[in-house]
Design a protein around this ligand. Structure first.
Ligand code: MG
Length: 378
């Protein structure tokens, strides 16, 4: 067998001699031969493949203990090693997603502290021009969605189960007191989180009121609350929030659904998801136990247009069509109706709810926050 010195082997597999000595000590990659006279390590050419695998796994950030397991699996069954790498990467992505949310939250919090001078906040005061519309669709016997908008609060909830309609209405109603509160910008996410706790309790109570099994009923909830120049987002379930900015459409929520998690894991494409039999299965919803909603702060800009919608829209109307309808230059009221019409033209298989809000610079004389309810009704 052709033997390589540690230097030549290190060069060939792109691991440093220092790393190779460590991996020897850990039993991860033993040299083929160690000269008893001087302790020099020699490696067989046949070991290059394993050494490269170690180098790649380390580049992936995999801890040494797991690298050892993957290498051992690779000796016996490479497909099991592939499964182990996939499982590792799934965990990494989940960790990264959780850290991304935390980082977003911290960026928002620190930015708020940095922009705490009252004059600056006043100068950046924004307001919303809004409309909400909810429709039963073409197939369902009743509307269990709730859509709501006022000068500070935008919300869409999609109820399901026997008490779905009161559940979605209760979730949105639990947020309404926030529109009248003067919430310090630094507190808004905490206040929203508490309000979602209230919403969960209210949804649970609707189950009791109707005498139906509370486990059978629940709701999604996606809402934006304007505070100064920022929009605080709360989101649980598969209703969505989109932002139209500079002609581009950005989805700013992540569906808490089975198919979305399969897309995240690379097991399903977006196109396959639209026809998946379990596309309505939610991983999170209200009331739910110990299910933290997504909470985030967005820096709103004049000219932004926000859309909140239930899956009755986004499951049948492609994003590109949504973007074109939002970009058509029509008023929020005309736009929500055009969006709902588009869902119904596509068969209207589900209740469909839309809230559209344009961000404009505040007129100091105008303090109107009268709401536009579009609570689902048959
Ligand atoms: Mg729905």
């Amino acid at each position: 067998m052709l033997m390589l010195t540690i230097g030549a082997f290190a060069k060939a597999c792109r691991l440093s001699p220092k790393a190779l000595r460590l991996y020897d000590e850990l039993g991860l990659l033993r040299p083929s031969y160690v000269d008893p006279a001087n302790g020099y390590r020699y490696y067989g050419v046949g070991q290059l493949e394993q050494a490269r695998l170690v180098a790649w796994l380390r580049r992936l950030g995999m801890p040494l203990a797991e690298v050892r397991e993957v290498c051992a699996l690779n000796e016996r069954a490479p497909s099991a090693a592939a499964d182990a790498v996939r499982a590792y990467w799934d965990r990494e992505e989940a960790r990264t997603a959780a850290r991304r949310d935390l980082a977003d939250f911290l960026v928002g919090q620190l930015a708020l502290r940095g922009a705490s001078e009252p004059r600056k906040d006043t100068a950046m005061m924004l307001e919303l021009r809004y409309a909400a519309h909810s429709d039963t669709g073409r197939v369902r016997p009743a509307n269990q969605d709730t859509a709501y908008a006022d000068g500070r609060l935008l919300a869409v909830a999609d109820g399901y189960g026997p008490a779905g309609a009161p559940a979605s209405a209760a979730a949105v109603a639990a947020l309404k007191p926030l529109r009248a509160e003067e919430i310090a910008a630094g507190d808004v996410l905490n206040v929203l989180e508490d309000a979602v706790g209230e919403a969960a309790r209210a949804v649970r109570d609707t189950g009791k009121d109707t005498g139906k099994e509370q486990s059978d009923a629940g709701t999604t909830l996606t809402a934006l609350l304007l505070t100064g120049s920022r929009l605080a987002l709360v989101h649980i379930g598969d209703s969505r929030a989109y932002l139209l900015r500079d002609g581009g459409l950005f989805r700013i929520t992540h569906d808490h659904s089975m198919v979305q998690s399969m897309i995240d894991e690379g097991r399903l494409t977006e196109a396959e998801a639209t026809a998946h039999p379990q596309r309505a299965l939610l991983l999170k919803a209200l009331p739910g136990h110990a299910q933290a909603p997504d909470l985030r702060l967005h820096e709103a800009r004049p000219g932004d247009r926000y859309l909140l919608c239930s899956d009755g829209l986004h499951s049948v109307v492609p994003d590109d069509r949504i973007r074109r309808l939002l970009s058509a230059g029509t008023s929020p009221d005309e736009t929500v109706r055009a969006l709902v019409d588009a869902a119904n033209d596509a068969g209207g298989p589900d209740n469909v709810s839309c809230v559209v809000a344009d961000v404009v610079e505040a007129d100091p004389a105008d303090t109107d926050v009268a709401g536009a309810d579009a609570v689902g009704s048959a």
